[in-house]
Design a protein around this ligand. Structure first.
Ligand code: FMN
Length: 390
């Protein structure tokens, strides 16, 4: 067996593409409509540059910080992703990797593994939920997460239910029955390593959402859960404040792009927010989140922790985000590609690639810690910043 270690996230992505059935890989690429926001998330990081020092750098660098009150080894959080069929151990493998590398993990309410199995292997899990279902159902899900030991909650608010992609969406079955297996067989047979990884466990991807099950009831299917969410009336700011109060602990509102919304997140009593366009999977044409970051960090950075996600692929991207005012970044596709490429070790590999990149960038900038980073460390081209709703 060849060396499974990969040196960059781009290499992990290529391996994931080679290993995963076409539909599963397509579900990870995601994006919406024309893919403008997904692309801008990547392009915007490339527009930023660095202002390095050549001498006087400290001998060692400190990457550790705290996020939502949790001590973490570096400013990178695994963002919640509801992707079911990447790896048989799914979110448990991700959680083991997060524990091994000392980072926080967000667990999607659309995850394939029950939260109890995830918190058993990692003590720093944030449970993510959408504004979906009745208030009683939301309370029941929060209480289950609390009982399981979640250290915080992520409330994801940005979703427009955009459907249709110019490059075509993968077919995802309601459940893995005989009909679905026959239809997906050619793809699965073309990817024998992936197929064997599931076959040897004796289980097919379940495509259900165990964390949304009512007590004693079977888990809803992925599409059942999606349907509930689509039919739920959108949250008001009073609803957000209500949920913050129900949880009563660290809570991050995910998906903020505008300064006026960021101020309302503060008013609702949340601990943190993430500047995010859902990895470009939401309202296509929303600017890259890194472009919207500095205006939000300047407006509310003293009152809530400001995180950012979308397009982070290397340690240098993490440093750019911190220099523009983020406390930490969240990553999605990068760790999913690592998981697809090599399971738990692949997620650890991605985290190590980012850690190495953050460390070498700090060295180039002559900084002793992530906390020292500031605007003077990066080159921001004219017209880069988007100050939405200020
Ligand atoms: C395949 C996929 C599934 C996702 N599922 C969820 C989810 O269930 N809940 C959520 O809050 N965000 C979800 N996201 C968004 C991520 O948490 C994150 O915001 C995004 O992936 C960041 O962009 P990046 O992939 O470029 O790092 C998903 C993203 C992808 C790519």
């Amino acid at each position: 067996m060849g060396n499974k270690w990969f040196e960059t996230v781009a290499v992990a992505q290529r391996r994931a593409q080679r290993r995963l059935p076409r539909s599963v890989y397509g579900a990870l690429i995601a994006g919406s409509e024309k893919g403008l926001s997904a692309l801008d998330n990547l392009d915007a990081f490339d527009e930023l540059g660095f202002a390095p020092h050549v001498a006087g750098a400290p001998e060692s660098r400190d990457l550790s910080t705290t996020v939502l009150g949790q001590a973490v080894s570096m400013p990178v959080v695994l963002s919640p992703t509801g992707v079911q069929a990447v790896h048989p151990q799914g979110e448990v493998a991700v959680a083991r990797a997060a524990a091994a590398r000392g980072v926080l993990m967000g667990l999607s309410s659309f995850a394939s593994q029950p939260i109890e199995a995830v918190t058993r292997v990692h003590g720093q899990v944030l449970f993510q939920l959408y504004w979906s279902g009745t208030r009683d159902e939301m309370i029941q899900r929060l209480e289950r997460a609390r009982a399981a030991g979640a250290v915080g909650v992520i409330l994801t608010l940005d979703w427009s239910f955009a459907h249709g992609r110019d490059w075509g969406s993968p077919w995802i079955p309601e459940r893995m029955d005989l009909r679905a297996m026959v239809r997906l067989a050619p793809e699965a047979l073309a990817r024998p390593a992936w197929t064997w990884s599931f076959a040897k466990t004796g289980h097919l991807p379940s495509l259900s959402t165990p964390n949304l099950a009512a007590p004693g009831a079977p888990a809803p299917t992925f599409f059942g859960a999606y349907g509930e969410w689509m039919q739920s009336p959108p949250a008001s700011w009073q609803d957000v404040a209500w949920l913050v109060a129900q949880w009563g602990g660290p809570l991050l509102v995910k998906g903020v792009c505008r300064v006026d919304d960021a101020k309302r997140v503060v008013d609702a009593g949340a601990t943190a927010l993430s500047v995010s366009n859902h990895g470009g999977n939401n309202l296509d044409g929303t600017p890259a989140s890194i472009r919207a970051l500095s205006a939000i960090a300047e407006a509310v950075g003293d009152e809530v922790e400001v995180l950012v996600d979308g397009g982070v692929r290397r340690g240098g991207d993490v440093v750019k985000a911190l220099a523009l005012g983020a406390r930490a970044v969240m990553i999605g596709r990068a760790y999913l590609w690592g998981l697809a490429a090599n399971g738990q070790a692949g997620v650890e590999n991605v985290l190590d690639v980012l850690r190495g990149g953050i460390d070498s960038t700090l060295r180039g900038l002559g900084r002793a810690s992530v906390g020292e980073l500031g605007r003077e460390d990066v080159v921001v081209p004219p017209g880069f910043t988007r100050s939405l709703g200020s």
